[in-house]
Design a protein around this ligand. Structure first.
Ligand SMILES: Nc1nc2c(c(=O)[nH]1)N[C@@H](CN(C=O)c1ccc(C(=O)N[C@@H](CCC(=O)O)C(=O)O)cc1)CN2
Length: 308
């Protein structure tokens, strides 16, 4: 605990760099403990079905990692791969089967989908109780109205990191850059629920630098490599970088965030790196959501600290 501010300070991240990889490992260990208890006390094994359409290389890696981490947590993993040319009807038929399967507590359709598919229609075909991505319109509405929802994994992971770093977030000025349905909008809703004063900025925002300079919490989810520089950041602010941008560097590629880490790290009070910041929290929170969905489906108490 910081004696001046009362904020929680983790010894491992005192230098100001938030170790999302280590935090995510802790979340996964918590999930695994709950799963073991579900098995021993109730004979229930949570199951997660992940659907991949096509052969996007990054998506293939994410889906493989989801399968590995699901099994490591002691859950059942069901992987379904459809070809790039599969029809939307085929995908809808698969989702209907997964909706009806009692061994499946969570369903995730990996995004992006091929262009001939209507992603909204596909997402809204998932049983909202099994929508562990929290993208179904019912879950979006529940979150927006402060009711119990499935919360999208990346924003949920960001919130866990922020709560761990800052403790109570109420009254803080939060700026979210980006208005996507996956990150920007749900992140803003979660911060509002924490009683932050929230501004959602985006590519058309005028004088974005000035807006950012007012932020105690800055969440960058704009998809532009290293766009947010150190001189846009209020000294001492907590910066959460959601960007995952692969840029060319000589004959190699390198992963960078939306924040220019080198100029930001000396100004921010705390900052997530890329890689190793928010990214690993996404899959950890997916496992947490699957566990939550399983508990709800079976009328059991939800795991504390893994939901909001
Ligand atoms: N249905 C969904 N599709 C997609 C989501 C999602 O939440 N639901 N998010 C992203 C991709 N994603 C998970 O699906 C994801 C992205 C990044 C990471 C991660 O751990 N990143 C690492 C770096 C990995 C690398 O080297 O490439 C990091 O930042 O440290 C995990 C999951 C889009 N689609």
């Amino acid at each position: 605990m910081d004696s001046q501010t009362g904020a929680k300070v983790d010894a491992g991240s005192r230098a100001g760099i938030i170790d999302g990889k280590a935090f995510a490992a802790g979340v996964r260990a918590d999930v695994a403990r709950h799963v073991a208890r579900l098995k021993s006390d109730h004979g229930i094994i949570p199951g997660l079905a992940v659907v991949l359409v096509g052969t996007d290389p990054a998506s293939e890696v994410y889906v493989r990692n989801k399968g590995i981490q699901t099994r490591e947590a002691g859950m059942q993993s069901f992987e379904h791969k459809l070809s790039e040319t599969a029809s939307q009807d085929e995908l809808m038929a698969l989702i209907a089967r997964l909706n009806a399967d009692p061994a499946v507590h969570g369903i995730l359709v990996q995004l992006p989908l091929p262009r001939h598919m209507d992603a909204d229609a596909v997402i809204n075909a998932i049983d909202p109780a099994k929508d562990v991505d929290g993208f179904h319109v019912l879950n979006v509405g529940l979150l927006g109205t402060g009711q119990k929802a499935m919360v999208p994994c990346t924003p949920l992971g960001c919130l866990m990191l922020l709560r761990d770093r800052l403790g109570d977030l109420s009254g803080l000025n939060a700026v979210v850059i980006g208005r996507s349905n996956i990150v920007g909008k749900p992140m803003a809703q979660l911060l509002l629920r924490e009683s932050c004063t929230v501004t959602v900025a985006h590519s058309r925002t005028r004088d974005l630098a000035a807006v950012c300079r007012g932020a105690d919490i800055l969440v960058a989810a704009v998809g532009r490599p290293r766009m947010i520089r150190g001189d846009w950041i209020k000294p001492g602010a907590t910066v959460i970088d959601v960007g995952i941008n692969r840029i060319a560097e000589g004959d190699r590629t390198r992963l960078v965030g939306d924040v220019d880490f080198d100029s930001a790290v000396g100004v921010a009070g705390a900052i997530t790196p890329v890689p190793g910041g928010v990214g690993p929290m996404t899959i950890a929170c997916l496992l947490a959501n699957t566990l939550t969905a399983c508990c709800r489906a079976n009328g059991l108490a939800e795991p504390e600290g893994l939901t909001v």
